[in-house]
Design a protein around this ligand. Structure first.
Ligand code: SUG
Length: 459
C-alpha cells in the first residue's frame, strides 16, 4: 500500500533510476494478482502472503522519534525523510527474498525447512524478517511438517537474501530423490579479494553455507558459486537477475559467475544426465541488457503436459534482442521450454523486481497416500493432491474466488498513486492498518502485525 520509488537499493539500477517517480500502489498490487492468475492458469498451485505493516512506526521510534504516531511521522518527515522512506518501503513484495526453502525429501529429518532471510545489507529490507517469519508460521501451520527458522544473525559476514540466490535442481523423472541445491554468493567475507568495485555484494558465502546447514541439506548435494563481481557492478544485485532454474533446466547468462566451467561441471555431475543448461552469451544479450529487460528474472514453471513455460516481464517483449533470445529458447527442441508468456509487472520492475522476484517456491510432496488431485505441483509437475496442502492455511491458498476477493480488497484500500510527501500522512497509516485488519479477518489469519500486538523485533 506504500509502494513507492525512493531509490533505496544501491546497486539496483531500476531502483536508482526511478527514484522520485510517482508510484501506483493499486496498479502494482493488481499486476501481482494478474500474474498469479496467469500462473494459476498454467496449472500451478500457489499461496500468497499478505503485505507487511508500513509505515514501520516501531522502527522510527527505535530511532528516537516519540509522541503520537502522527508526531512520529511528522518529525521523521522533517528531520529524516530518508529514514521515513526506508520505513515505508514495500520491498517485502519480492517474496523471492523472504526465505530459502528445502522440501522434506531433501532434508535430514524429512521435514520442510525454511530459513527466513535476514536482508541485512539494505536498511529498508532488514526490517522485514520478523513479520515474514510470523506470516510464514501463520501460513505453514503444521509444525510437524514445516519448520520456519529464524533469520541468520545480522553479523557482518552473514548477509542472506533468500531464494533469489538459491536454485533447486532435480531430475523430474526422479522428483522424490534429494535434489541439488545451487547457492550463489556475492562475496567470501573471509577472503574478500574478489569483490565488486562499485556496488555492494549482498550475499556472503558464510551465510549461504549456514543456510545449507540449517536447512539440513546433504553437503554433497550443495554447489556454491560466486557471482561475477563485474556483473554486480552492472546491476546484478541478486543471482536471479541472471539465472533461473526449474527441475533440471538452468537458464543463465554466461557471465553470471566466476569460474563458469567449474560451476557447470559441478552442477552437471550432481544433477546427472537430465541436466539441461541453457546459456546466453554476451553476444546474444549483454549483462546490461539482462539487467534492463530482466529476461532471466522470468518465472519458469512446469505445465501439466510436462513442458515448461517461461513467464517473462513485458520489458523482454519490447526489446528486440531479449525477445529474440526468448524465441530462440522456445524454438530449441533440446530443452523443455515450449511457451513464452509475457506479463506486465511494470510497477515492480521499476523497483528492480520481475516475475521471479514476486514468488517464493515451496516444493511440496504428498504427506501420505496417493496423489489424486487436480492441480500441479511446482516441484514435480505432477498432480497436487489435497494432502500436499495439508498443514497450509487455506485462506492463503490462491484460487479464482481468492483472486476476486483480493481484487476487491485492493480496489477498496490501495491508493492510486503516491509521492514521497504522502508517506508522512497519518491517515495513510490508519488506512493501511484498517486494510490489513480487514484482510487478516477475511483470510482467517492469526495476528501477525505489530499493530495487532506481535513483536516487530524478533525474527
Ligand atoms: O532488494 N528493490 C529490491 C528488489 C528485489 C528484487 N528481488 C529479487 N531480485 N529477487 C531490492 O533491491 C527498491 C526499494 C526502493 O528503492 O524503494 C528495492 O528494495
Amino acid at each position: 500500500m506504500t509502494h513507492n520509488y525512493a531509490g533505496l537499493a544501491s546497486g539496483n539500477m531500476a531502483s536508482q533510476n526511478n527514484a522520485g517517480r510517482v508510484s501506483k500502489p493499486k496498479a502494482a498490487a493488481l499486476q501481482g494478482v494478474a500474474k498469479m492468475e496467469a500462473v494459476a492458469a498454467l496449472g500451478v498451485t500457489q499461496c500468497f502472503l499478505p503485505p507487511q505493516e508500513r509505515p514501520a512506526l516501531w522502527a522510527l521510534r527505535e530511532h528516537g522519534f516519540t509522541g503520537t504516531d502522527a508526531d512520529v511521522l511528522a518529525q521523521a518527515h522533517v528531520n529524516n525523510p530518508h529514514l521515513l522512506a526506508q520505513c515505508c518501503s514495500s520491498s517485502f513484495m519480492w517474496s523471492a527474498n523472504a526465505a530459502t526453502v528445502a522440501p522434506a525429501q531433501d532434508t535430514r529429518d524429512q521435514r520442510t525447512h525454511v530459513v527466513v532471510a535476514n536482508l541485512k545489507s539494505m536498511t529498508h529490507r532488514a526490517i522485514e524478517p520478523p513479520c515474514t517469519r510470523a506470516m510464514l508460521n501463520a501460513v505453514f501451520t503444521d509444525r510437524e511438517r514445516f519448520e520456519i527458522h529464524h533469520a541468520l544473525p545480522a553479523n557482518a559476514d552473514m548477509g542472506d537474501e533468500g531464494a533469489a540466490n538459491h536454485t533447486r535442481l532435480f531430475d523430474a523423472a526422479h522428483a522424490n530423490q534429494p535434489a541439488t541445491h545451487f547457492f550463489v554468493y556475492g562475496i567470501d567475507a573471509a577472503n574478500p579479494r574478489l569483490q565488486p568495485k562499485i556496488h555492494p555484494a549482498r550475499q556472503t558465502l558464510q551465510a549461504s553455507r549456514r543456510v545449507a546447514e540449517v536447512l539440513q541439506l546433504d553437503p554433497a548435494r550443495c554447489v556454491f558459486a560466486q557471482q561475477n563481481p563485474d556483473a554486480i557492478d552492472q546491476g546484478v544485485f541478486h543471482n536471479d537477475v541472471v539465472a533461473v532454474g526449474n527441475a533440471s533446466t538452468l537458464l543463465y547468462h554466461q557471465d553470471a559467475w566466476l569460474d563458469h566451467d567449474r560451476v557447470i561441471h559441478s552442477l552437471a555431475q550432481s544433477v546427472e544426465n537430465s541436466f539441461c543448461p541453457i546459456v546466453v552469451s554476451p553476444d546474444e544479450l549483454t549483462i546490461a541488457e539482462a539487467v534492463t529487460t530482466y529476461l532471466f528474472n522470468s518465472q519458469l514453471v512446469t505445465t501439466p503436459d510436462g513442458f515448461m513455460t517461461l513467464v517473462c516481464p513485458s520489458e523482454v517483449q519490447h526489446h528486440a534482442r531479449a525477445s529474440a533470445v526468448a524465441l530462440r529458447i522456445q524454438q530449441d527442441p533440446h530443452n523443455s521450454i515450449s511457451r513464452i508468456l509475457y506479463m506486465d509487472v511494470r510497477e515492480s520492475m521499476r523497483n528492480g523486481g520481475g516475475p521471479a522476484c514476486l514468488r517464493l517456491r515451496v516444493p511440496l510432496a504428498p504427506t501420505s497416500g496417493n496423489a489424486t488431485g487436480h492441480a500441479t505441483s511446482p516441484v514435480t509437475g505432477q498432480a497436487t493432491s489435497a494432502n500436499m496442502l495439508a498443514g497450509i492455511h487455506t485462506g492463503c491458498v490462491f484460487n479464482s474466488a481468492r483472486a476476486a476477493q483480493l481484487r476487491a480488497w485492493i480496489e477498496r484500500w490501495y491508493p492510486e498513486q503516491l509521492t514521497p510527501e504522502d508517506l508522512a500522512d497519518p491517515q495513510l497509516l490508519i488506512r493501511n492498518r484498517d486494510a490489513l485488519d480487514a484482510l487478516t479477518q477475511q483470510l482467517g489469519l492469526a495476528s501477525i502485525y505489530p499493530f495487532q500486538g506481535v513483536s516487530p523485533l524478533k525474527s
